[in-house]
Design a protein around this ligand. Structure first.
Ligand code: NAD
Ligand code: UDP
Ligand code: UDP
Length: 331
């Protein structure tokens, strides 16, 4: 009898199977890139409402990356170890476009992904927002502030949607002992933002680089605190891999008025660009600044990239995508 040669199969290398919903969007594509580089097996789920294949094209030939066109409002059956749940339009222009779909995405999408986490025993991170504080009466905002949100206004589909998503996440902790993490993200900017995204940093930069006037809504005295994308990704991963549910504010506490932002964008992108004023949108929060002492003391996380430096990195990406040269007097 001929002797049989035993073929030894390669030992199965256990990979962390990480689902990123909204993975083809601005934040999601940076997160997928970070996790793929780290060696996780990443599954990007997206319905491509505001995301694009362009954002993830550099990952498509990586063996530890796959994509699935899927709407999180529908049930999803896959096997995973961690879920970063980002799927939801984030720019006011986009989330107001179809507000019923926005709140459905926030509520039903989060319910489905929590159900998936429960069945697979996966750890679940919800990307919530500083918008849960609404037009805040406390300044800066700490995580224990309950917020000041108009429940029936134009922004409610997003603000109340995220508040309901947070409620669901904490109910899955209380009822099912699920491992949940919640981050409240403050205004974040960086390369790969959609050129027509409609948020203030991408609007100002695209306008400056194409020689159009920068459009300030209202009197320009409202404030925001802008965080560079790499700081957010580092913070999100620290929260996911850290020991406590949160919620954690993840943002850069340096606060700017929109007029100050416009002047800095002029300085780095086009000193010749003009500024014009337009009517502001309804319920626009007058000021916003995170208190990050919780993330800093519990996770050792702090943002590193100052606004001017982050904007310069974004100018490079935007000028390439817009196919324009930088004006010689920009710094
Ligand atoms: P984005 O619009 O670029 O990305 C959202 C992604 O979700 C897109 O790829 C979109 O196609 C996808 N998506 C939307 N609805 C979906 C659905 N029903 N099913 C599947 N995919 C869907 O926005 P972003 O800035 O990358 O934001 C990502 C997450 O971070 C969002 O949850 C947002 O609320 C949160 N967030 C972002 C900021 C910020 O400043 N960027 C601030 C606060 C919170
Ligand atoms: N769900 C899903 N994938 C799964 C498990 C659940 O998409 O692998 C969805 C499903 O639509 C369900 C929701 O998650 O309605 C909540 O699930 P859970 O088990 O918590 O409650 P159920 O609604 O099944 O009672
Ligand atoms: N804004 C502006 N010009 C623009 C876009 C936005 O002045 O072209 C203002 C907007 O009214 C708000 C701030 O910039 O006060 C931030 O708006 P964004 O849509 O970026 O994010 P939000 O924090 O409102 O979700």
């Amino acid at each position: 009898m001929a002797s049989k040669t035993l073929i030894k199969t390669k030992p199965r290398v256990e990979k962390n199977r990480v689902l990123v919903t909204g993975g083809a969007g601005f934040v999601g594509s940076h997160l997928c890139t970070y996790l793929v580089e780290r060696g996780d097996h990443v599954i990007c789920v997206d319905n491509f409402f505001t995301g694009s294949k362009e954002n993830i094209k550099h990952l498509l030939d990586r063996p530890n990356f796959e994509t699935l066109r899927h709407d999180v409002v529908e049930r999803l059956i896959i096997e995973v170890d961690q879920i970063y749940h980002l799927a939801c339009p984030a720019s006011p222009v986009h989330y107001k476009y179809n507000p019923i779909k926005t709140i459905k995405t926030s509520f039903m999408g989060t319910l489905n992904m929590l159900g998936l986490a429960k069945r697979t025993h996966a750890r679940f991170l919800l990307s919530s927002t500083s918008e849960v504080y609404g037009d805040p009466l406390q300044h800066p905002q700490t995580e224990d502030y309950w917020g000041n949100v108009n429940p029936i206004g134009e922004r409610s589909c997003y603000d109340e949607g995220k508040r309901a998503a947070e409620c669901l996440a904490f109910d899955y902790v209380r009822e099912h002992n699920l491992e949940v993490r919640v981050v409240r993200i403050f205004n974040t900017y960086g390369p790969r933002m959609a050129l027509d995204d409609g948020r203030v940093v991408s609007n100002f930069l695209a306008q400056a680089l194409t020689g159009q006037p920068l459009t300030i809504y209202g009197d320009g005295q409202q404030t925001r605190s802008f965080q560079y994308i790499s700081d957010l990704i580092e913070g999100m991963v620290k929260v996911m891999d850290g020991p406590s549910t949160g919620p954690f504010n993840i943002g850069n506490p340096t606060e700017f008025t929109m007029l100050e932002l416009a002047k800095i964008v002029q300085e780095v992108a086009n000193p010749q660009a003009k500024i014009i004023y337009k009517e502001n949108t309804a319920d626009d929060p007058t000021r916003r600044k995170p208190d990050i002492s919780k993330a800093s003391s519990q996770l050792g996380w702090e943002p590193k990239v100052p606004l001017r430096e982050g904007l310069r990195r974004m100018v490079k990406d935007f000028s390439e995508r817009l196919n324009v040269e930088l004006p010689p007097d920009s710094k």
